[in-house]
Structures are given as structure tokens and as C-alpha cells.
Write a protein that binds this ligand. Structure first.
Ligand SMILES: C[S@@+](CC[C@H](N)C(=O)[O-])C[C@H]1O[C@@H](n2cnc3c(N)ncnc32)[C@H](O)[C@@H]1O
Length: 315
């Protein structure tokens, strides 16, 4: 992965396709993280309420599609990575062929969908890549009519505070500013939870804390395999107990349920044969798009966007 320059003034976007990287491999040997997130998402996605259209923002290869695809009339994965979207198509050939699952390559700072296009959505493990989180939250929230699940990587989790105290950076860890780590070509952003919740409130969403997840992240890689095998039930029990108790402070990944208030009705008349492309709009001017088999063209600004294999490419 490296950071790529975005086409506009949107800053830099992480490039998951650089150097032949395949994000699917990241998950090998991460049984605890998978288990911890599964436990949280199985409980929280149903709390988003009923939805017909669902968006997975930065959804990559569709790792989390099992939580929403079975219940959605239409679902769309938005992601910057062509490799991830190609892998999503390989994992869901029937849903993609039938148009029930749409794959769209775009920057989350400039999304090619009309306002309120989706009833619900999720953004999991993505915010730590976003240099302008306030702008990206507004752009993602714009297309969500009712509720979404926002995974916030916080900097002031218990271990972060201990580290901050040990290194004399406690004030920085507690401040409202994002903490930026990593190399110049691959930066990571961690946030103050209240600052992100305030931003969500400011763009029209009421927030509730859903879970503290991955509270003991990376423990498996720090002990010998045999110890890990015996300790796994204990650590999983601790994770289960602390996903609720640790909300807001314990783990690095805080899952926030955000619901639009006041509620708004969908501006779209329900139609069984509606395609996900019917709700798309030009990311540059929000104009209407005319679709052919291999491209989408904006009538007002004449920009054209290709279909690239299984996905529409708006990068
Ligand atoms: C760590 S992965 C998480 C994927 C998935 N949500 C999951 O939970 O497994 C981060 C994903 O966010 C995507 N991403 C990061 N920044 C983005 C941006 N500005 N626009 C679109 N996608 C972005 C990356 O391409 C990558 O697929």
C-alpha cells in the first residue's frame, strides 16, 4: 500500500493496489480480530433498523457483506481499490451479475451517488486512512438516509493513554486533533471519539456507542502458538465481556451507531426493477449520468467514466 494523489484537491488516498498488495491476505492468522468483529457486527447491524438499500463504504472485497447482503434489495460496495473490487466480484458472482450487489470504484470524498441514495450503511476499518475525516464524513453521510455504523479508530484507548503518559504526550492523546502516525507515503489517522461524534451530530446524525471492539488486538502474535491455543477461550471471554463495558475508552476500535434526526422519508419511489445505477450522479457536478454498457457520461459537465470489468470506475 502507498498513498496516491487524488485527482482533485481531495488530498491523498491510500492505494491498496500498490506493489501487488492483496488485502485478503491481511486476514490470514487473525482469528481473534475476525471473531471479535463478527461478534460486534452480528449484534450491531440489526440495530440499524430495516433497510432496502445498503452501502458498504470502503467495503473492499466484501469481507462484511454477510451482515447486510442477505437482507438488502440492493447493496453497493464503494472502494478506491480495483483489486479489492475485483475480488468482491469473484466472491459474489451471482449477486453482481443480477445487479443486487453493485461495485463502484471511487474516492469516499467524492461519491458518485445522489443524496439519500441508501437507507443504511457501514464504514468499517476505513477512517484511519482519511486525512480529511470531517469532509469525508459529510460526503458519506450525504448518501445515507437513515442510519449507519461508523467504526472510529480512537487514539485515547487505554493502551494509548498509558503510552501517552509514558512518553509525555498525554495532552496530544486527549486533544480533539487527529493523531497522525506512519511514514509520509502511508499515514494513519486516529481520532478523539467526541470530535468524530460531534462532527456526525453537526451533519445531522444522532450517535450512540455500539461496542468497543478488538480490545486485546494482536495478543495472538505476542505469545507462542501453544499458549495462544489454550488462552483463546479466556481472551474471547474477556473480549465478549468488554465490548459493552469498554465502550468509549478501552479498545482502539469504537463502533458508533449514527441515526439521522429528524428522520427523512426516502425520495425514491420503490421499484422492484430499479438498478443501483439509477441513483448514481456525477461526483464532480452531481449531474445526471447517462449509462451505456461500457461508460457513464455526465450530461451537464460531459465527463465520462468507464466500466472496468465488474465495477464502474469513478477514480
Ligand atoms: C482496511 S480496509 C477495510 C475494508 C473493509 N471495510 C473491511 O472491514 O474489511 C480499508 C479499505 O478502505 C479503502 N479506502 C481507504 N481510503 C479510501 C478512500 N478515500 N476512498 C475509497 N476507499 C478508500 C481501501 O481501498 C480499503 O479497501
Amino acid at each position: 500500500m502507498t498513498q496516491a494523489d487524488s485527482p482533485s484537491t481531495l488530498g491523498t488516498t491510500i492505494d491498496y493496489d500498490a506493489n501487488g498488495y492483496d488485502y485478503q491476505q491481511y486476514w490470514q492468522g487473525r482469528d481473534y480480530e475476525l471473531w471479535a468483529e463478527d461478534r460486534a457486527l452480528r449484534r450491531l447491524v440489526p440495530r440499524l433498523g430495516a433497510y432496502r438499500w445498503f452501502v458498504d463504504l470502503g467495503g473492499a472485497f466484501g469481507r462484511n457483506s454477510g451482515y447486510y447482503l442477505p437482507n438488502a434489495d440492493r447493496a453497493v460496495i464503494l472502494d478506491y481499490s480495483a483489486t479489492n473490487l475485483t475480488n468482491a466480484a469473484r466472491r459474489h458472482p451471482e449477486a453482481v451479475a443480477s445487479g443486487r450487489l453493485g461495485l463502484v470504484r471511487c474516492d469516499l470524498n467524492a461519491i458518485p451517488f445522489a443524496d439519500l441514495a441508501f437507507d443504511s450503511g457501514m464504514v468499517i476499518r476505513v477512517l484511519h486512512h482519511l486525512s480529511d475525516v470531517d469532509g469525508a464524513l459529510a460526503e458519506m453521510g450525504r448518501i445515507v438516509r437513515s442510519s449507519w455504523l461508523v467504526d472510529v479508530p480512537i487514539k485515547h484507548h487505554l493502551l494509548g493513554l498509558v503510552r501517552g503518559a509514558a512518553t509525555g504526550r498525554l495532552r496530544q492523546i486527549r486533544s480533539a486533533e487527529p493523531l497522525i502516525t506512519g511514514a509520509s507515503d502511508e499515514k494513519y489517522f486516529n481520532f478523539q471519539l467526541d470530535a468524530v461524534r460531534d462532527r456526525l451530530t453537526g451533519i445531522g446524525f444522532q450517535t450512540r456507542l455500539g461496542a468497543s471492539a478488538n480490545n486485546f488486538r494482536r495478543w495472538e502474535s505476542r505469545v507462542p502458538d501453544q499458549v495462544a491455543r489454550y488462552a483463546r477461550p479466556l481472551v474471547q471471554g474477556m473480549e465478549a465481556a468488554t465490548q459493552g463495558l469498554g465502550k468509549g475508552w478501552l479498545g482502539p476500535s469504537q463502533l458508533v451507531l449514527a441515526t439521522r434526526v429528524p428522520a427523512v422519508d426516502s425520495p425514491y419511489a420503490p421499484s422492484a426493477d430499479e438498478s443501483f445505477t439509477d441513483r448514481m450522479a456525477c461526483p464532480s457536478c452531481r449531474g445526471a449520468l447517462a449509462f451505456s454498457a461500457d461508460s457513464a457520461t455526465c450530461s451537464p459537465c460531459s465527463r465520462s467514466y468507464p466500466k472496468s470489468g465488474p465495477f464502474w470506475d469513478f477514480v
